[in-house]
Write a protein that binds this ligand. Structure first.
Ligand code: PRT
Ligand code: MG
Length: 226
């Protein structure tokens, strides 16, 4: 046991978990502010572990919803994840020192353009709600005293009301273009969403010397940005 800890504390290498797409792109300037340049593009590289200009820092490319899991178990020391994803994960084992103000959007309720959501809620109808975000949706409707049947989906929530699978969806919205293109209307904002830096609690103690300057650089750069 003590062997493992001794090895970990002298091994100051860092692993950062990121998802491809908007989180990767929005995190690059923050990494640059910390003096870290990722040497390969995850959109074109088939590698799942990307090198950086710092031999001691590597980047894992994982699904957005898997970032908190990799960090929780210490397979990655730190990562970047949306508040939407963190609320579903629960945040266990994670230290969340900085709201990075990146990948911003909102969590909302949307329905078919013809559906009278306000009166359905007023009349106490039982709503069928399709979503990937079941914890957030359950909590939201419970706090309003609205009875819902939640239908768990893993993507393309916008389809559910169109084909009668549900009365409503709970999804993240940024421009609203996807809702409009599918004749859906945003009827309620549940919360604003942005992405946070998440750090493994044990790594924060054992690798503080390397992590702290990066956390501070992210903090400074995200404040300037936001
Ligand atoms: O795509 P994948 O299934 O792999 O996972 P993911 O959707 O969880 O990952 P990704 O990379 O798409 O999103 C990562 C994080 O970005 C999310 O956890 C959010 O915190 C944040 N984010 C910001 C968004 C959006 N904006 C967003 N617009 N995540 C998803 N979307 C979706 C939205 O649901 C809609 O279907 O993008 C579509 C377009 O949005 P509009 O409103 O601009 O049309
Ligand atoms: Mg996506």
């Amino acid at each position: 046991m003590s062997m493992t800890i001794a090895t970990q504390s002298t091994d100051q290498g860092l692993i950062l978990a990121l998802s491809k797409g908007r989180i990767f792109e929005d995190t690059l300037p923050l990494l640059e502010a910390a003096g870290i340049t990722v040497l390969e593009n995850p959109e074109t590289s088939r590698k799942l572990i990307l090198p950086t200009n710092d031999p001691a820092v590597r980047v894992l490319i994982v699904r957005a919803t898997d970032v908190p899991t990799y960090v929780q178990y210490g397979a990655a020391d730190f990562g970047v994840a949306g508040k939407d994803v963190l609320l579903e994960h629960g945040g266990e084992g994670l230290y969340q020192p900085v709201d990075l103000n990146i990948a911003s959007c909102r969590m909302s309720v949307a329905v078919n353009a013809g559906f009278d959501y306000a009166s359905a809620v007023r009349q106490g109808a039982r709503l069928r709600v399709a979503t990937k975000f079941v914890n957030t949706a359950r909590q939201h409707f419970a706090s309003k005293g609205v009875h819902v049947d939640l239908i768990k989906l893993y993507g393309s929530m916008e389809l559910a009301p169109l084909v009668g699978l549900s009365d409503a969806i709970v999804d993240v919205v940024s421009t609203g273009n996807t809702l409009r293109a599918n004749n859906l209307v945003e009827v309620e904002k549940i919360m604003d969403i942005s992405s946070r830096l998440v750090v493994n609690q044990a790594a924060l103690k054992l690798k503080r010397a390397r992590l702290q300057p990066i956390i501070e650089a992210f903090q400074k750069a995200s404040t300037l940005q936001g």
